[in-house]
Design a protein around this ligand. Structure first.
Ligand code: FES
Ligand code: MG
Length: 568
């Protein structure tokens, strides 16, 4: 093991250094640590338990298992808290706090005396925040996830948060499920510790963390309650100790090649739209940017191989049993950069060199027989989204891919809430619903892009219609939904110009979304726009003033690499 200062590491450079070391040791002693332990190198454990985060319920067990691994490998584990983001408990949206958590993580790694760090996250925004913080702090780091939930049961059917939450709520709104049954379902959707049971944002980010090389190979999909999850934690602790004497820093692991590999896997697992924003932000911390044409090329070349909800049938427990991320990587091996290095020091080519284990082909399909020939996500551009928009074609209705229709416009979240179920709302099944002012600056970019089907249409049996916005949607949602339109309406993006009754054209084959209104008229309408009031005080004020648009990952402008990401 390399020379480490143990608890004396990172002492400030002013005053009497010996006194500072003496003081620090003395205070460390008050935690009941022997002098011998204080000589050891230190592995920090960024832990994120919270009474407001169900997905991290198993955190105490994981911290204990990581600590065991660290101790067994000869170092001193030091768990420390950072803020925790429980997706469904945060207002106005957890997205607002991702950057705050990334700053907390980065600064606490930097400020405290640790030689390496294990980061334990799980719920949607936590893993992106930890990876953003870790790559910026650039101390040797291992990402560990809490793992997905197991499914519940209802009348002989498996249920998993949160695709089935939406499915049953949709039925309830349409009057097909009673009050009593929806109450029963509520208690059966999320029944164990862990993250959402489908390929939503949390699971997608776990797959990305493994592919990019920051997590131990084979660990992304292990269920939260499986004993292997604890073993993964123990091994992550051991690995962090190895990284002290043989450092591989996050900046050596997260490269444009490993970022491209992660985008490939995002397509092959048909992952969450949110993952594009998060991966863009993580890469942006190192000045890496994958442009939109490249992203579309990756999507067009990479088939969807994984048959999981919200796009397909299975749940994360099936994905784990079927072979997990390793099995997917093998299928798309010929498309990957094989010379990337993961946190263990092996190249991706080395990882994939052995024979594949048994793979359940019902869940992870062979490259030649995919779920669909093309990747799940694409970017669109057009005159209402000059900096792009995201479309999850794998979760959309192909019959709506080429739509030209009348716009029904909602001016913001409040307007949507007030009018969407109004029986007098002027809307028909083949209209396009438009939501403005739900982007990063206006509203923190909530998951409002999954606009509810107006009740009057739902009752007529309408299951889907084209919906467009500058918001996000949950990774567990589905529908013909155009999201992340940039620039957003609140900063003067052309989405602000759309009015009721305008014609809009969506063309998935051309990867375009356009407002069929004269450019001069669009310019005139935008000039008439009344800009929103300037941002107020505190963190929310900082957020509004410095958040970047969706195509740049919604990071703060002062946190990206040298202030702005560069194209690859
Ligand atoms: Fe935490 Fe879905 S609510 S992962
Ligand atoms: Mg989610």
């Amino acid at each position: 093991m390399s020379a480490s200062n143990g608890i004396r590491g990172g002492l400030t450079n002013y005053g009497d250094k010996d006194f500072a070391a003496y003081l620090r040791r003395s205070f460390a002693r008050s935690m009941g640590l022997s002098g011998e332990m204080l000589e050891k190198p230190i592995v920090g454990i960024a832990m994120t338990p919270s009474g407001f985060n169900n997905c991290h319920r198993s955190m105490p067990d994981l911290v204990e298992a990581v600590s065991r691994g660290v101790l067994a490998a000869g170092a001193l584990p030091r768990p420390f808290p950072t803020i925790s983001l429980g997706e469904v408990f945060l207002n106005p949206t957890s997205m607002v706090y991702r950057n705050l958590m990334s700053m907390d993580t980065e600064e606490m790694i930097r400020a405290q005396p640790m030689d390496a760090v294990v980061l334990i996250g799980g719920c949607d925004k936590t893993v992106p925040a930890q990876l953003m913080g870790a790559v910026s702090a650039n101390v040797p780091a291992v990402q560990l996830v809490t793992g997905p939930m197991m499914t519940g049961r209802h009348r002989g059917e498996r249920l998993g948060a949160c695709t089935d939450c939406r499915r049953f709520w949709g039925k309830y709104r349409a009057g097909e499920v009673t009050d009593e049954e929806i109450g029963d379902i509520e208690g059966r959707l999320a029944t164990t510790s862990g993250t959402c049971a489908v390929m939503g944002t949390a699971s997608t980010m776990a797959c990305i963390a493994e592919t990019i090389g920051m997590s131990l190979p084979g660990t992304a999909a292990i269920p939260a309650v499986h004993s292997d999850r604890m073993v993964a934690a123990e091994r992550s602790g051991r690995l962090a100790v190895e990284l002290i004497s043989n450092p591989r820093r996050p900046s050596e692991i997260v490269t444009w090649k490993s970022v491209e590999n992660a985008f490939r896997v995002l397509m092959a697992v048909s992952g969450s739209t949110n993952a594009i924003v998060h991966l863009t932000a993580i890469a942006g911390r190192l000045g890496i940017r994958i442009d939109q044409d490249r992203l579309n090329r990756i999507s067009d070349e990479t088939p969807v191989l994984v048959d999981l909800k919200p796009v397909g049938e299975g749940y994360m427990e099936d994905f784990f049993a079927a072979g997990g991320v390793g099995a997917v990587l093998r299928e798309i091996r010929h498309l990957l950069h094989l010379d990337t290095v993961d946190v263990t020091g092996q190249t991706l080519g080395e990882r994939l060199s052995g024979d594949a284990d048994w793979v359940d082909r019902r869940v992870i399909r062979p490259f030649e027989d995919p779920v669909s020939r093309e990747g799940g996500l694409i970017t669109l551009t057009g005159n209402i989204a000059p900096c792009g928009a995201i479309f999850k074609r794998a979760a959309a209705t192909p019959g709506l891919f080429e739509t030209e229709a009348r716009a029904v416009v909602f001016d913001g979240l409040e307007d949507l809430a007030n009018r969407v179920d109004d029986p007098d709302l002027d809307i028909e099944a083949n209209d396009i619903m438009v939501l403005k002012n739900a982007g990063p600056v206006a509203a923190g970019m909530p998951e409002a892009g999954y606009l509810p089907i107006p009740k009057k249409l739902a009752r007529q049996g309408v299951k889907d219609l084209v919906r467009i916005s500058d918001a996000r949607m949950s990774g567990t949602a589905f529908g013909t939904i155009v999201l992340h339109m940039a620039p957003e309406a609140a900063v003067g993006g052309p989405l602000a110009a759309v009015r009721d009754g305008d014609r809009i054209r969506l063309s998935v084959s051309e990867k375009r979304i356009d407002l069929l209104v004269d450019e001069a008229e669009i310019t005139r309408r935008l000039a008439e726009r009344i800009p929103p009031a300037p941002a107020g005080r505190g963190y929310r004020g900082l957020y509004s003033r410095t958040v970047l648009q969706a195509d740049e990952g919604c990071d703060f402008d002062f946190l990206t690499h040298n202030g702005s990401p560069k194209e690859n």
